[in-house]
Each structure stands twice: as structure tokens, then as C-alpha cells.
Design a binder for this molecule. Structure first.
Ligand SMILES: *Cc1c(COP(=O)(O)O)cnc(C)c1O
Length: 395
């Protein structure tokens, strides 16, 4: 059996997105900045894609800037807010300890440039309390940036409430919605969002294309200098085939969202129930306020990396921690942020399901994980110490 259960790392492109991308590469290859008909046709299609995307998140087309993906959007949002803040003598930023590295590493850079960053702690269930944001806001706060849904444990944040607090306190609010968009309803007006990052390859669109929503009135700084594309805010010839494929994929995901979520959450809960039977294990993140496809478990006494490799040999693609951190020996910063100790965080597994997942596959996953965990514990010196009482069980 071959099961792809790593949709939080990336998704397979949908047929419709792949087809339109090929078609656009062949038919609309003109440069959208060229004045002849072929160029102007490309320009028209570019604006059509912008309208589709804006409509889905309840934004104006002029509020969408196309980028190369989630990381670029996050970088541009933070750079813009910090430059705006600096002009007004406001150099304090609020974020959380479990953001994506595209946010955390950019914040580190801003700290080196004199900004002060408050990283709010995350509670054990992986959800931020809006009143803690309220308490952290200061006179000199120029930005609050909190992700909509976490990429490792899938927990969904109270974005509307956080946005409302920021609005009342007059502080711009950015959200990294890369994991949420296409999978959760997003309405930038209703949710009081000033800036939002998105990436096509997380909702069955192509890799290397995304967008940044910026509410009218917020000044945007350039990350990439050059031509006057994207109203001078993002230079570089537009990737029209990728952008149109992103619009098609987002429309498809939005249309299909309810059915997909109902199905995925049913299978998710079935897998959670099955894996909970493994002794000394625990679900990471809130059981209900989580993405419909996310299962994240810690198993005491094992190494997540070995688990991942053995599951791969059984045909299951999944991840331990996030794709960006696996390969390094540090345990996931997200699991540490919700209070898991190093050893426990090391023995963790993330399954992120796609909508084509079946009950039969879920059964296969459950029995494969049970078997592999048992095998790894059998050869683990840590497990031996736990069982003999030399070490204490935590889970
Ligand atoms: C994947 C991801 C990103 C990065 O997006 P890219 O398009 O791969 O640059 C940023 N934030 C979150 C939450 C993500 O899951």
C-alpha cells in the first residue's frame, strides 16, 4: 500500500490546476508587461486570477500581491510592518513561539536590527489566548503576527478575536494562513486581518507561487527590487501559469471544503482513537480545534526519525516534526513550545491526511504505527530504562 500522509509539507497538484498550468504555458506565454495583444491577454488573465483569489477571501483584487510562496509572503509582511513601525518610532513586535521558521527567522533578523520581539508562550493545547495578546501590546508595538493554523500540530487559532483586539488597539495584524487557506474559511474582513500569507502548494496548487493579502492603506515595502510588476511592490515577470493554477486550485479547494473536512476529520478521529491505544503515547495539540487532516502523536521511548523511516518502508509517507526541521537533530520547536520535553518531542509523528484517504488506509496506518512503535521500543535502551523503573514515564 502507498499512502501519502504528508499534506502539511506539500500537496499533490490537482488535475485541473496541472491542466491549466500546461495550457497557460503554451497559450498565454506573453509577458504581462508587453503592450501587444499577446502580452495584454496575459495581463487580463493575471487580473482574472487576482479577482478569483480576492473573492474567495473577501478581499479587493488590488489587495493581493503575487509572490513566490509562503516564505516570501511572510518575509514581505514582516519587513513592511517593521519599516512602517520604525518610521513612527515603534519597534516592538508580538508573535508566538510556535510560528513557522519563515516568521521566526525573520524576527531574529529584525531583533539584530534593533527591534524588540515578544514571543508569546503557547499553551499545552497549542492555542493562543487572545487576552495575552491584549496584555502584550504596548505603545510602541508595530505588528502582531500569529499563524492561523499550526503546520505541525494543526491547532487553529482564534484569529477573529486576535484581529479584533489588534483593530481596537490600532496595531496591524498579520497571519501566516499557509496551512489554513483552502482548508478553513478565511474572510479577511470578518476576521479583522490586515495582512495574510498564502502558498499554492499547500492547497493542491503548484510550488513556488503564493500571495500576500495587504489591506488597503497599509504601506508595503519591496523585498525584490526591479520592474514595476505588482504595482511596484514585487518585481519580476509574473508567473502567470502558476498564478492561474493557484487560483483554480484555491477555487476547487474552497468549493470542496465542507465535504473534504467532514471526511478528513472523521478519518482523523478514527486514527487518533486507534493510536491512543498505544501505551505511553499522547496526542499533541487540541483534539477539536485542529485541522481536519492533522494527527500528531508522541510515543515515549522511541526516535521519530526511525519511526518515519520504517513507516516509509511500509509505504507510508509522513513526517516527524516539520519537513523544515527534520534532518536536523533538534527536536521540533513547536512541540517544545507546547511543553513537551526533548525526549518526548523526539518520538513524535505527524500524519497530514488528504481528502482521498480511505478507512481501509486508516486501518493500515494504525496497525503499521502500532507494529513499528512496538518494534522500536523493543530495541530502545531508553524504553528499557523506563520499563525497569530507572527512568520515569512522562506520558
Ligand atoms: C509551508 C509553510 C510556509 C512556507 O511556504 P512556502 O511556500 O513553502 O515558502 C510558511 N508557513 C507555514 C505555516 C507553512 O506551512
Amino acid at each position: 500500500m502507498n499512502i501519502y500522509a504528508d499534506n502539511a509539507a506539500t500537496t499533490k497538484m490537482s488535475d485541473a490546476a496541472a491542466e491549466i498550468m500546461t495550457q497557460y504555458n503554451k497559450e498565454y506565454y506573453g509577458n504581462a508587461s508587453s503592450l501587444y495583444t499577446l502580452g495584454q491577454k496575459a495581463k487580463e488573465k493575471l487580473e482574472e486570477a487576482r479577482c478569483i483569489i480576492a473573492g474567495i477571501i473577501n478581499a479587493e483584487p488590488s489587495e493581493i500581491i503575487f509572490t513566490s510562496g509562503g516564505s516570501e509572503s511572510d518575509n514581505q509582511a514582516l519587513l513592511s510592518a517593521s519599516e512602517n513601525g520604525k518610521k513612527n518610532g515603534k519597534m516592538h513586535i508580538i508573535s508566538s513561539a510556535f510560528e513557522h521558521h519563515a516568521i521566526l527567522h525573520t524576527l531574529k533578523k529584525l531583533e539584530k536590527n534593533g527591534f524588540e520581539v515578544t514571543l508569546l508562550p503557547v499553551h499545552e493545547n497549542g492555542i493562543i489566548h487572545p487576552d495575552e495578546i491584549d496584555a502584550a501590546i504596548r505603545e510602541d508595538t508595530c505588528l502582531v503576527t500569529i499563524m492561523t493554523a499550526n503546520n505541525e500540530i494543526g491547532t487553529i487559532q482564534p484569529i477573529k478575536e486576535i484581529g479584533e483586539i489588534c483593530k481596537n488597539r490600532g496595531v496591524p495584524f498579520h497571519t501566516d494562513a499557509v496551512q489554513a487557506i483552502g482548508h478553513q474559511l478565511i474572510d479577511v474582513k470578518e476576521q479583522n486581518i490586515d495582512m495574510l500569507s498564502a502558498s499554492a502548494h499547500k492547497f493542491h496548487g503548484p510550488k513556488g507561487v503564493g500571495f500576500l493579502y495587504v489591506k488597503k492603506g497599509i504601506r508595503i515595502s519591496n523585498l525584490i527590487e526591479g520592474g514595476a510588476q505588482e504595482r511596484g511592490k514585487r518585481a519580476g515577470t509574473e508567473n502567470l501559469p502558476g498564478i492561474m493554477a493557484m487560483a483554480v486550485a484555491l477555487k476547487e479547494s474552497a468549493d470542496n471544503m465542507e465535504t473534504a473536512n467532514a471526511h478528513k476529520s472523521e478519518i482523523r478521529d478514527y486514527i487518533i482513537k486507534g493510536l491512543s491505544e498505544i501505551p505511553h503515547s499522547a496526542l499533541n495539540g487540541d483534539a477539536r480545534m485542529r485541522l481536519s487532516g492533522n494527527v500528531n502523536f508522541s510515543f515515549e521511548g522511541i526516535e521519530g526519525e526511525s519511526l518515519l523511516i520504517l513507516l516509509d518502508m511500509k509505504g507510508i509517507s509522513c513526517s516527524s516534526g516539520s519537513a523544515c526541521t527534520s534532518g536536523s537533530l533538534d527536536p521540533s520547536h513547536v512541540l517544545l513550545a507546547i511543553g513537551r520535553i526533548h525526549d518526548v518531542a523526539h518520538g513524535s509523528l505527524r500524519l497530514s491526511l488528504g481528502e482521498e484517504i480511505t478507512l481501509e488506509e486508516a486501518d493500515y496506518i494504525i496497525s503499521a504505527v502500532k507494529e513499528v512503535v512496538e518494534y522500536l521500543r523493543g530495541i530502545s535502551p531508553v524504553w528499557r530504562d523506563l520499563v525497569s523503573g530507572k527512568r520515569e514515564f512522562i506520558l
